[in-house]
Write a protein that binds this ligand. Structure first.
Ligand code: FNR
Length: 182
């Protein structure tokens, strides 16, 4: 398809709500768009000593992000911020200095938690990081989702109460990417 979006999920948990959300969103991509999850679970902890000695899994990750038009972050909130695994992936993509794969790539942030604030603080922390990385990030609509029975249908799609809201987010993101992609 014409436009490619990398989805990065901030949870490694098998039954992760955020992974389920990412999978549902991938199927809501507008015509001409492909949303593909990029795995962060195998990335080593970032160590500046490894700059210039990129191991295969890090190279694959950086190449995967470099090749897409935009990035969608789907993240839980851990202790009022983003999970360390997600920050590690962001850091891995940002180096070596001057070769950040994030630079200039349009982005959006969405997340789901069991708590009532639905990842609001994690998303705000992530926005701070993305601003520094020069990623034009969709401001509205914001999506703070709380995991509840019925949020997902049995087939993995998003239930009727939230489906149109998430579809609108996806559509607004696609139009944001067209306006801001390099
Ligand atoms: C959480 N959880 C959580 N929820 C929240 O709304 N705000 C928070 O600050 C935290 N903090 C937190 C820390 C840690 C270490 C864990 C393991 C969990 C609960 C979180 O919303 C819940 O575990 C979700 O199910 C995580 O998302 P996934 O893995 O289902 O995608």
């Amino acid at each position: 398809s014409q436009y490619q979006v990398a989805i990065i999920v901030g949870s490694l948990r098998k039954a992760s709500f955020n992974r389920q959300l990412a999978q549902a969103i991938a199927k809501m991509a507008p015509a001409g768009w492909t949303f593909t999850s990029v795995d962060i679970s195998q990335l080593p902890l970032y160590n500046q000593d490894a700059d210039g000695q990129e191991v295969a899994v890090v190279k694959q990750f950086r190449d995967a992000v470099r090749s897409v038009d935009a990035v969608l972050f789907v993240t839980p909130e851990y202790n009022r911020s983003i999970p360390g695994v997600l920050k590690n992936a962001v850091d891995q993509g940002s180096r070596p200095y001057g070769q950040s794969v994030w630079d200039g790539k349009p982005a959006a942030v969405i997340g789901m938690s069991v708590g009532a604030i639905g990842t609001a603080l994690a998303q705000q922390h992530l926005r701070n990081i993305l601003a520094y990385l020069n990623m034009p990030t969709l401001g509205q609509p914001e999506m703070f989702l709380q995991a509840k029975d019925g949020f997902f249908n049995a087939d993995g799609s998003i239930g009727e109460n939230s489906n149109a809201y998430v579809q609108n987010f996806v559509d607004q993101f696609a139009s944001w990417v067209l306006q801001h992609k390099k």
